[in-house]
Design a protein around this ligand. Sequence first.
Ligand SMILES: NC(=O)c1ccc[n+]([C@@H]2O[C@H](COP(=O)([O-])OP(=O)(O)OC[C@H]3O[C@@H](n4cnc5c(N)ncnc54)[C@H](OP(=O)(O)O)[C@@H]3O)[C@@H](O)[C@H]2O)c1
Length: 322
Amino acid sequence: MFAVYAESFSSDDPLSGLVLGERPEPEVPDGWTTVTVKAASLNHHDLWSLRGVGLREEALPMILGCDAAGIDEDGNEVVVHAVISEPSWKGDETLDPKRSLLSEKHQGTLADRVAVPRRNVVPKPASLSFEEAACLPTAWLTAYRMLFTQGGLKAGDTVLVQGAGGGVATAAITLARAAGLKVLATSRDEAKRARALEIGAHEVFESGARLPVKVDGVIETVGRATWSHSIRSLRPGGVLVVSGTTSGPKLDDAELTRIFFLQLRVVGSTMGTRSELASLVSMLDASGARPLVDRTLPLEQARDGFAAMAQGELFGKIVFTR
Ligand SMILES: NC(=O)c1ccc[n+]([C@@H]2O[C@H](COP(=O)([O-])OP(=O)(O)OC[C@H]3O[C@@H](n4cnc5c(N)ncnc54)[C@H](OP(=O)(O)O)[C@@H]3O)[C@@H](O)[C@H]2O)c1
């Protein structure tokens, strides 16, 4: 079958190890099913894999891709949940120490077909296109869990989303707006601030700008560059939810004094559960909110999508179709 895969690693030139070509049909263990991929979306995770981060050399060649929507063996339209836990694991699969994401241990979604555990498929409502549904399992699920599970944020609360151009950040803006929150967003870039307003932010600010109000929660994926501003923007008792460190994980000042004195909560978050993915899908079905797609390309042109992501030339998701 046709697939987009990593053949080797390079930290300086990740696209040098990217190959488009034929790979064997997926192996389907007991309890697993095969999904025929109709659309798959790209994540930074795929670029990291080509740099050799999170993927072992022995696992190569590895088909890339965490996110997909397609048709299962029974003809149902489904969304694929990317978090694979051990078969014996019970409960929240993001807490399984042996969990992996598709394309880390098991072959990924940028292919004609992908095998996943039966419990990892979620029904796709007819109201969502395959392209829209393929955006959800990584960036959108991460944003959903950050806002509503780990952050406990609800209608009427005010949330600050840092770094408005990122995949998680754009998802958080749209989801927070759809859920009735007041949404503030920051970006270094004027054009991205304008786009953030279009997708649901009530107010936008330059990165680091003083906000007119203190917020109930912050969605933090930028890390070092925005951490101090995030902590300083919270009301007493507010919550900072962190799931990424695009500008680096090391902090000049962790703002510990503010954290204890204002009784702030700092909560980590990673991906989400199958049940949260099902709730996210239902939320989009009911609210009409939709993922922002930067561009849709045939899978045969995947290299162009990877190059755009490597150069940061995108706002929203890059989707590949079959
Ligand atoms: N834990 C999980 O489950 C999970 C899931 C998905 C992603 N992630 C992680 O979350 C992070 C975000 O990923 P993403 O794909 O959503 O977005 P991204 O493209 O990595 O970038 C997010 C934003 O960071 C901002 N940024 C970068 N460098 C900055 C700097 N020096 N100063 C200020 N802002 C800066 C940019 O905002 P502006 O240009 O608008 O200022 C950019 O739009 C990544 O580290 C990713 O690995 C984690």
